[in-house]
Design a protein around this ligand. Structure first.
Ligand code: DX5
Ligand code: ZN
Length: 237
């Protein structure tokens, strides 16, 4: 078993690899989970994105702790776990134990994200904070010093395959322009060949893509095309 990266090392590694594409397993073929993971791993991805839904914070159910544990057993890639759940404080520890390397909670789910973000850091994982398309940046402002990652949602969470909401671009632009910013900028929802460029131009570093990758029959080719497109746009900034 390879050594798990520490928080700072993981953050620096993801930043150095950016722009980088994180496949969202939500869209994969769960009947062949290991094969699906292997295929994107061989395409050179730097981390996997796992979507956890509780049927309460979002109107859908998806994967939970046993699947995170199972994925942990078959790969050494960092696991970026997106908690779309109402009571994240209760679950950050079990998900960390299951193998999460980064844990992202939603600002809409808690009265004050800061203690939960601090707890995630204390557990040795990257602390991420997500905001939905209608939520203004002002909602996360006070929590930014407690974040290793900010996840700008470009769809309402709950389902894969939705249309990208351009609202995300303004938020990415605003966050990326801040001179003292330290948190990684991630975008999630409707990211594909047509939207990855504008996201990169706006300053995103990590690009979550589910449908765009797993609903094609050439995962590696798609991942490389997404990255090239992001890279071309980032270079032109
Ligand atoms: C949405 C999830 C996303 C989703 C992205 O609720 O957080 O990670 O899987 O899927 P696509 O890329 O299909 O929009
Ligand atoms: Zn997600």
């Amino acid at each position: 078993m390879a050594r798990r990266l520490g928080r700072d090392e993981l953050k620096a590694g993801l930043r150095a690899a950016s722009p980088t594409v994180l496949p969202s397993l939500l869209a994969c073929d769960f009947a062949h989970l290991e094969r699906e993971v292997r295929e994107v791993e061989e395409a050179g991805v730097r981390a996997l994105h796992l979507d956890v839904m509780d049927g309460h914070f979002v109107p859908n159910l998806s994967i939970g702790i046993p699947i995170v544990e199972a994925v942990r057993r078959i790969t050494n890639l960092p696991l970026d776990v997106h908690l779309m759940i109402s009571d994240p404080a209760k679950y950050v520890e079990p998900f960390r134990r299951a193998g999460a390397d980064s844990l992202t909670i939603h600002v809409e789910a808690v009265a004050d994200p800061r203690p939960v973000l601090d707890r995630i850091r204390a557990l040795g994982a990257l602390a991420g904070l997500a905001l939905n398309p209608p939520t203004p940046l002002s909602a996360i402002e006070a929590s930014l010093p407690h974040c290793d990652l900010v996840l700008v949602m470009s769809v309402m969470p709950g389902f894969g395959g939705q249309k990208f909401d351009n609202e995300a671009l303004g938020k990415l632009r605003d966050l990326s322009a801040r001179p003292a910013r330290d948190a990684l900028l991630e975008v999630d929802g409707g990211v594909g060949l047509d939207t990855v460029g504008p996201c990169a131009e706006a300053g995103a570093e990590l690009f979550v893509a589910g449908t765009a990758i797993f609903k094609t029959n050439d995962y590696a080719g798609t991942i490389h095309r997404l990255r090239s497109q992001a890279l071309a746009t980032t270079a032109a900034r």
